[in-house]
Design a protein around this ligand. Sequence first.
Ligand code: SF4
Length: 754
Amino acid sequence: APQKVPMSIHEPNKYINYQRIQDNLEIVRKRLNRPLTLSEKILYGHLDDAVNQDIQRGVSYLQLRPDRVVCQDATAQMALLQFMSAGIPDVAVPSSVHCDHLILGEYGAESDLARAKEVNREVYDFLATTCAKYNLGFWGPGSGIIHQIVIENYAFPGALIIGTDSHTPNAGGLGAAAVGVGGADAVDVMAGIPWELKCPKAIGVKLTGRLNGWTSPKDIILEVAGILTVKGGTGAIVEYFGSGVESVSATGMGTVCNMGAEIGATTSVFPFTESMHRYLVSTGRPQIADASRAFAHNLRADEGAHYDEVVEINLSELEPRINGPFTPDLMTPLAKFKATAQEKAWPQDISACLIGSCTNSSYEDMSRAASLAKEALDAGLKVKADFIVTPGSEQIRATTERDGLLEIFRQAGGNILANACGPCIGQWARHDIKKGERNTIITSYNRNFTGRNDGNPATHGFVASPEVVTAMAFGGSTDFNPITDTLTTPSGKPFKFTPPNGAELPARGFDAGQDTYQAPPTDRSGVSVQVSPESQRLQLLEPFVAWDGKDVENVPILIKVRGKCTTDHISMAGPWLKYRGHLDNISNNMLIGATNSENGEANSVRNQITGAFDAVPATARDYKARGVRWVVVGDENYGEGSSREHAAMSVRFLGGAAVIVKSFARIHETNLKKQGLLPLTFNNPADYDRINPDDKLSILGLKTLTPGKALTLRVTKPSGENFDIVVDHTFNENQITWFKAGSALNYIAAANNQ
Ligand code: SF4
């Protein structure tokens, strides 16, 4: 029988439950009588009821029991506010909160961190006391980025983790199935309710050959993103397998899984490898390393397991890639980057190169990047572009500082920011570029949507491996190919990089650095949580009203969105992050980034009652003040990107009734349901074109809202003419109860008060 091993050093009394996985799989195997993929094993191993659960990939809704919930500070505020209003004394599963998103990168780690503690004091105090009261671990500002801390401390092979951040899949580097969810999902699980997930399909990525030379794990996912595109993973878990897997480090696999979020995948997973064993030992978890090795037969796919789609990549032939601008799936091989940049007229000078983040700040990444920087430095070169490093965690910072890597970056002209998200999430005070100025940046991050890093829509953001980013910082131009081109040293000699080399793990072990972890106190009865009614940052929640039992009739379209509409367009990050705990204030950013089909502009819509153009939130508030509900019409893959439920809550808060689109990104669709909204899709996508912004819409058939049964959308033209079109929904029975109660939380609160 599997041995009893603590899940993490921070929670010595909570044990890994491999026994449950084994027992569940025994039942499921008998029922399905076919080989299982790895993700199936992990998910079905965590079923709430393996005997009765309906299991059909892409069809059924699984009721699951995750091992852990993790939240970052921007999303934790709303999640904890929601949890508080459900009236439960204690989280039902091990949970933690991580302060990483609210730290503005400007001058450098020390001063930026000190200022963040000052500016965000109210929020940090709220999170620290809420964690202490409700029994969550709290990682304060400076401790690092959620996903790096999770892989260092909490992830283990075979775990099922949910996190209120879209890059939670990073924990797949240690063989966990880790899924990014909205705060409302986290609330469910913290409240002891099974977590519901549409049974994912499985996409297999077969890796053959071996990584070598300039190629790094990042290039695997840049290639996969290029092949599958930002929508390609929707509704699926991406599973890596094949002989090539063994040449990838655990942290490298973390990078691959992390950025799997960019193709819309539910998550990505790797089978148990010896590199995972090495990483677990190196991070102080030898017992978990051995227990998972002993359980490895259940931590890989069965022979002959069926994938819905298979992609094959030969790592021996894979070359570095640079993806972008503006979308992470626009893949250009490094060898063709120069020519493509010229052809597309991307700004040639590179203004900034940024490495680190949750995606790419492992010891291996840092040591390989430093090997290049050192070589250039030794030849007398300095970076030409701004060079910025954000270590993923205090442990990584302390270890790379001790080993002299950060000093190399500094000497080359680099600036080390706090162990936090910083520029990756728009928390970047740039002084070199004015808003609107065209420029190119390259990062080792995962996401490069318009305005993502610096709020400047003219910044062309590219993503690449930390090695390529570092080398490009010395080249300073899109014309430079670090593999083939030479630079000139101050003494006039040609300089050419040799391929990077680094260490998978620090030879001297990790240095934990400063202790920034706050464990919940044993006696939590005296802890009180304060939210001031005057606060501009935090606001206690009022429940949304329940469904009135009627159809939605003749409501205006707030905006007919054209083209890409990510959660960044719906609920922008950057300066708005500070309002994540204040629904009223943050709603002033609702849909301000979305393009209005009527005039091609962002944040300018016609008020259908007054006829005047105004900002989107102001128009919604006007409708709300008049007691008029409204709908949003959208395009393809609406809501792709992040798990933030504010993108759904604001729409509900300002009076939205439905969001009707050609297709949804999964997390956002579920978030809309949780907030009591109706996410609907055109049965015939071409119907999108038959709707004009000044039409009135009615949604008919709500009284008999039933899983699998389409609804009718009646479109009434200003002339009074009307026609009906078919709109589909994906509500199941349970989700229909949320809609009727007004929100999932209303439903949970009612159940708890019974
Ligand atoms: Fe932070 Fe960026 Fe990672 Fe998100 S993707 S957790 S913003 S570093």
